[in-house]
Write a protein that binds this ligand. Sequence first.
Ligand code: HXC
Length: 258
Amino acid sequence: MGYKTIQYKTEGRVGVITLNRPEALNALCDELTTELAAALAACEADDGIGCVVLTGSKKAFAAGADIKELQSRDMVGLYNKDPFAETWEAVARFRKPIIAGVSGYALGGGCEIAMMCDFIIASESAKFGQPEINLGVMPGAGGTQRLPRAIGKAKAMDMCLTGRMMDAEEAERAGLVSRVVPADDFMDVVMEAAESIAAKSLPVAMMTKETVNRSFEIGLTEGVRFERRVFMSQFALEDQKEGMAAFAEKRAAHFKHR
Ligand code: HXC
């Protein structure tokens, strides 16, 4: 499929989706979120893909929802044709591992889409923020829920109420990003992480993602019980036999279900 507002390519078992509206700092217009959802559906359906990287340009991951498009929206229109349910949540619903590679601005919906990914690797140039309050609205794509879970109430309130930006170093200290990488090495490090994940057993990686995500939905006792059931079920996989045999035989594992 030919995309206009994103680029999509595969590198080995990694699907790389690059947001590509340079003229608007990758602002997330309807066409872009629709194309993003379509690319993710293609990655989900492709057995050759074990991990996805979602990234933008050097200057911007995404500067938020497209304000010029949002400007004319009304409540009934948004409610009746919920853009989040239709396209934005495709990232949160995506079942394979997905890494956000953030360079430059990740603001508003850009920060929210990055937080829907499994983890964020940031270039040292990255800047995160939820500036919606400056536009007379609040975050609407998960920012008020995912940000406090990621960085705690104090910083999340600070970010959402003042609308200020957080640099990469502060974001790492706060736990919003997993790693900060020098700008020159940034994409190499992101791809290395993605390739390493894509080499694992795909069902095991997907079950791991599902189980970690469960921890945000349910209590500890139920969460541990869920983990135990999934863990035990993995002993029915050939990949468990292969992984443990490879360790005992001092060789690299070759997982069948990749
Ligand atoms: C539409 C945008 C945009 C956006 C930038 N542009 N952000 N267009 N929506 N979110 C456009 C500008 O209008 C401009 O186009 C071009 O991109 C370059 O931007 P500049 O502002 O000239 O660049 P700069 O001075 O470097 O400032 C960068 C910036 C600033 C600090 C990131 O652009 C900015 O504050 N952007 C808005 C950030 C924001 O408020 N995001 C939250 C959006 S609401 P022209 O044509 O003038 O050259 C949101 C809600 C989520 O995300 C809920 C889901 C619906």
